[in-house]
Ligand binder design. Structure first.
Ligand SMILES: [Zn+2]
Length: 357
């Protein structure tokens, strides 16, 4: 028994050495014949020997021979995998074919893997809806840089240096002259510099402020800017357009209210409120409107003549209006979301549930 064991061990060593020295498919075929040939293969002959052994030795000896056979087959296949493999032909000969060793292991009856469906982010959904509404009114969509110069973000919009209104738009500065834009309004200037009226655009994009983070403030949020410049444009056009836009976005029942306000780049300026969808002003404890019946949504106004002069548009001939809307704020109102931070916490349970009809 011990002799047989050592013989098998020696055969295994011999096979391993020969395999290490086999460099091409021909050498591998030769090696296979030497060990597995049906008539004179070394493993085949061991199985012949097995037949003549006494029954008590047959079992342990058989196991060793089978292990050797498996070792030879496995290592021959592994050495060929990657570029070619050996397949037994009809006559017991080896043929080398292109590698498709894995094909035999694919069970085509198994069900496929289900890939999870994604969903648009609620802010993107809202933005797309806003773009769609303005496109039907003849507006184009423009985009601009998030890193701006002081000139475009402030000066050209009638914020001189040291103007106190700059405090409300404080931001992150990148060196002396560059900053993260605090609103999408710099694109008003960039567009009016390049295009002559009539101009009708909206500008969606990210803006940045130096804000302490709380449920209604983030240092980064989305805004959409609207700009219209033409001859004979009045505040009535602004009211009519915004009223129609908000009704299309939030529903026909929405009422709008304009309150006087101040922005350096518009004159006159207004805050635009929408009527509270939750209580319609009937609940003194309404968490959305605080019982007033109104919710502030955006800022707007007629373009300050000085801004038109800055871009060489004659304010005697042309007039225009602009507005800026915070997307998250509008989406919070529409979807009844209490905390703005939930938009950016990447909780899929939150972001997957929004589908605008
Ligand atoms: Zn309310």
């Amino acid at each position: 028994m011990k002799t047989l064991e050592s013989r098998i061990g020696a055969l295994k060593t011999k096979f391993d050495e020969s395999l290490a020295g086999a460099t091409d498919a021909g050498a591998l075929e030769e090696l296979r014949n030497e060990f597995l040939s049906r008539k004179r293969g070394r493993v085949t002959l061991l199985f012949e020997e097995l037949k003549s052994l006494p029954p008590e030795e047959k079992r342990s000896f058989g196991r060793l021979v089978n292990e050797l056979k498996a070792h030879v087959q496995k290592n021959l296949a592994v050495s060929l995998k990657g570029s070619i493999r050996i397949k037994s032909g009809a006559k017991g000969k080896l043929t080398v074919i292109e590698d498709d060793a894995d094909r035999d292991q694919v069970d085509l009856t198994l069900p496929g893997e289900t890939l999870p469906w994604g969903a648009p982010h609620p802010v993107m959904l809202f933005l797309e809806e806003i773009e769609r509404i303005f496109e039907t009114m003849g507006f184009s969509v423009a985009e601009g840089p998030e890193i701006e110069t002081d000139y475009y973000n402030f000066e050209a919009l009638n914020f001189p240096p040291h103007h106190p209104a700059r405090d409300d738009w404080d931001t992150l500065y990148l060196g002396e002259n560059l900053l993260l834009r605090t609103h999408t309004s710099p694109m008003q200037v960039r567009v009016m510099e390049k295009h002559k009226p009539p101009i009708r655009i909206i500008v969606p994009g990210k803006v940045y402020r130096r804000e302490a983070i709380d449920p209604t403030h983030l240092p980064m949020f989305y805004q959409v800017e609207g700009l219209l410049v033409d001859e004979g444009v009045t505040f009535a056009h602004l009211k009519g357009t915004l009223d129609l836009f908000l009704k299309r976005l939030l529903g026909d029942k929405i009422g709008t209210r304009f309150r006087p306000s101040f922005f350096p780049f518009t004159e006159p300026s207004a805050e635009v409120d929408i009527s509270c969808l939750i209580c319609s002003g009937r609940d003194q404890a309404c968490p959305v409107c605080g019982g007033t019946g109104w919710k502030e949504l955006l800022g707007a106004g007629m373009i300050n003549p000085q801004v038109l002069k800055n871009v060489n548009i004659d304010p005697e001939r042309y007039s225009g209006w602009a507005f800026g809307l915070g997307i998250e704020r509008a989406a919070m109102f529409c979807y009844q979301i209490a905390d703005m931070r939930t938009f950016y916490e990447n909780d899929l349970r939150f972001t997957r549930q929004f589908f605008l009809k």
